[in-house]
Write a protein that binds this ligand. Structure first.
Ligand code: ARG
Length: 460
């Protein structure tokens, strides 16, 4: 349609090479809502004829006609929609293009879609946080060793480990929440192709109609930048990099060799030939998904880094990377379910008391730590790495696990402190849940309001 008057027909295979139609489905709803907001605004400001309101009836109908609209040979969903509207609503549908470009429209639809995706992700992270805190509470007195270089390092507790994961989650939650509110939730609508239009559009009103927190003011940035997507995906990728390590821990800890964790049956599968196998398949997929998400961020940044300012069609190929947020949500959901039902098996490894034993030497003999370290190392070597014998040979008593765990300050393995940490984190989580509930409610209300305004104007 767009090229007909000047360029003429194009062979179908070339149109489909540059078309995004087959990938526009995730943006469909947001594209219609954006078109609706623009059209309604033209109409309420009386920039278009009063009787063009019938077009809004068709825009409302379009919300349910996704498969029909997205079939055909078009450059993208925007062209497909315009063609469908012209066919059904007639000539007045031609007003939709007044003061609006595909460039501001797609940027708006992307931000709306990303907003929905991030809201879901933030909910999933909260579910994970809640299941981590619950399981930490249930496992308060279960000891496990923690590892450096994958070798037993120092004794700790399951709760200490789970609060580490909860911290990763809440740090990322805050980061993603800020990016959502400060970067994603700004409206590009009204920016036209790059420098707006001659129409007196009220950009704040357009933003309000779509429930945006504010306006992305600079029209060049609004249409040609995807920094909001890079920042969102960066923080999501960072979250998934750390969750991949968690998956890796559980994969290793659940091996028959380590036996620290029992993964629930729903999360394992067996071998088609070796009946003894319990393969940690959901965790393996979480680990792989995080690699795919790194790939999405990399491809997004690589597409954008060489572009001159302003819109270039390359940007279209970056739209798909947004689905990485859904992949992250699915993975976080898997982890939340797993952590609710996982069983930890306590384990005390005596050699992990070595550092505390050396520290005891320092206190009892008034020697430097270097001397104590070296004395204990020699004693361990002589007693073939049996720490009880080594302690005896130095005339010392091995500290108990309880003593060692309790001797820690905040952030470590001390049970009483961990108990308090769990309850203060529950409060933080509750705050975050309330913030998100309120935010989501506002956004839904704005959408309902837009649909109501459009319905009422059709009836006029
Ligand atoms: N399909 C395009 C995208 O998703 C829409 C914008 C096209 N703009 C243009 N000037 N050709 O980015």
């Amino acid at each position: 349609m767009y090229r007909k008057s000047s360029l003429g027909d194009q062979p179908e295979w070339l149109t489909s090479f540059t078309s995004s139609l087959d990938k526009d489905e995730p943006l469909f709803r947001a594209v219609i809502l954006t078109a609706l907001a623009h059209f309604y605004h033209l109409w309420e400001k009386e920039l278009i004829p009063r009787d063009s309101n019938s077009v809004m009836a068709w825009l409302l109908k379009a919300l349910d006609e996704e498969s029909e609209i997205l079939s055909g040979n078009y450059e993208d969903v925007h062209e497909a929609l315009e063609e469908w509207l012209l066919k059904n609503a007639g000539k007045n549908a031609g007003w939709l293009a007044y003061g609006k470009s595909r460039n501001d429209q797609v940027a708006t639809a992307l931000r709306l879609t990303l907003r929905w995706k991030i809201i879901r992700l933030l909910w999933e992270i909260n579910m994970l946080r809640s299941s981590l805190l619950e399981t930490a509470e249930k496992n308060l007195d279960v000891d496990i060793p923690l590892f450096t270089h994958l070798r037993p390092a120092q004794p700790s507790t399951v709760a200490h480990y789970l609060l580490y994961i909860e911290d990763e989650c809440s740090h990322h939650w805050r980061m993603i929440w800020d990016i959502l509110k400060e970067m994603v939730d700004l409206s590009p609508l009204g920016s036209g192709p790059i420098v707006g239009s001659s129409l007196p559009l009220d950009r704040k009103r357009l933003a309000d109609l779509l429930g945006f927190a504010g306006v992305e003011v600079n029209t060049l940035l609004a249409t040609g930048s995807r920094s909001f997507a890079i920042l969102s995906l960066s923080s999501v990728t960072s979250l998934m990099v750390s969750m991949s390590r968690v998956a890796e821990d559980l994969i290793i800890w659940s091996t028959p060799q380590f036996k620290l964790v029992e993964i629930p049956n729903d999360h394992v599968s067996t071998s088609s030939i070796m009946p003894q196998k319990r393969n940690p398949v959901t965790l393996e997929i979480v680990r792989a998904k995080s690699a795919e998400i790194i790939g999405s961020l990399t491809s997004l940044m690589a597409i954008i880094k060489g572009l001159p300012s302003g819109y270039n069609l390359d940007l279209q190929e970056a739209n798909e990377s947004m689905s990485a947020v859904d992949e992250a949500s699915d993975s976080i959901r898997v982890l939340a379910d797993l952590f609710k039902r996982v069983r930890f098996i306590g384990l005390d490894i005596p050699s992990t008391l070595a550092q505390d034993l050396a520290e005891k030497l320092v206190k009892e003999r008034s020697i430097t730590y270097r001397e104590a370290h070296s004395m204990l190392a020699s004693a361990l070597k002589e007693s073939e790495w049996d720490i009880e014998r080594a302690a005896k040979s130095l005339g010392l008593e091995l500290p108990s696990f309880e003593e060692v765990l309790r001797s820690r300050e905040r952030g470590g393995s001390n049970l009483d402190i961990l108990r308090r940490e769990i309850s203060s984190r529950k409060k933080f989580l509750q705050d975050d849940i309330e913030k998100l509930t309120e935010y989501e409610r506002e956004k839904k209300e704005a959408e309902e309001n837009l649909l109501r305004l459009a319905r009422e104007s059709v009836e006029e």
